[in-house]
Design a binder for this molecule. Sequence first.
Ligand SMILES: NC(=O)c1ccc[n+]([C@@H]2O[C@H](COP(=O)([O-])OP(=O)(O)OC[C@H]3O[C@@H](n4cnc5c(N)ncnc54)[C@H](OP(=O)(O)O)[C@@H]3O)[C@@H](O)[C@H]2O)c1
Length: 186
Amino acid sequence: MANYVYIATSLDGFIATPDGGIEWLEDAPNPSGGDFGFSEFISRVDALLMGRNTFEKVLSFDQWPYSIPVYVLSNTLKSVPDELKERVEIITGNLSVVLSKLSSKNHKDLYIDGGKLIRSFLQEDLIDELIITRFPKLLGKGIPLFEDLNESLEFKHVETEVIEDYLVKSRYRRTKRCAAAGQLRF
Ligand SMILES: NC(=O)c1ccc[n+]([C@@H]2O[C@H](COP(=O)([O-])OP(=O)(O)OC[C@H]3O[C@@H](n4cnc5c(N)ncnc54)[C@H](OP(=O)(O)O)[C@@H]3O)[C@@H](O)[C@H]2O)c1
């Protein structure tokens, strides 16, 4: 099982304005009308686990944007809109319980989305790959992607792409030592 983050941040590391706004993500020049590699990424995962706040934001979009199963981690949400009942499931519990529930459903590669959710995954060293697209602006304040960690985590840089001379998209893999063999996992 591998857990992937695919997210956009401001230069100062925010994923949304303090009130959860993401309109600033619409400023990227996009003459070809592409999706900056999102569909290629989503073809590599088989389920999406998102925090409740992110789910509520996605509900405000014109269309439901995902074709893969979506799980919303929430201890307060009681139901999802009727039209999404086949596509979205509420999931509860601590992260190890949640991951074993998803594994029992045969999900192997998970897209982890939402600031608080990603930060809690990082706190438990449960993220295998970070794909971060930086926008060239300072929001000054907002919802951060990162917070203080109990332990530092090392990642290996895999690739960086500059898109339209505006976005910088970098991919990092967690390097983990195998205690028995003393070898890097990636
Ligand atoms: N820039 C981007 O690419 C990007 C991507 C995704 C999201 N966003 C933005 O980020 C904002 C949402 O992020 P957020 O940090 O506010 O919240 P979030 O991670 O989306 O949701 C947090 C909520 O998830 C639930 N939760 C349950 N267990 C959890 C656990 N172990 N760890 C974390 N959360 C758990 C809690 O809901 P309950 O209280 O119901 O238990 C918690 O309040 C939205 O504005 C969204 O638009 C931006």
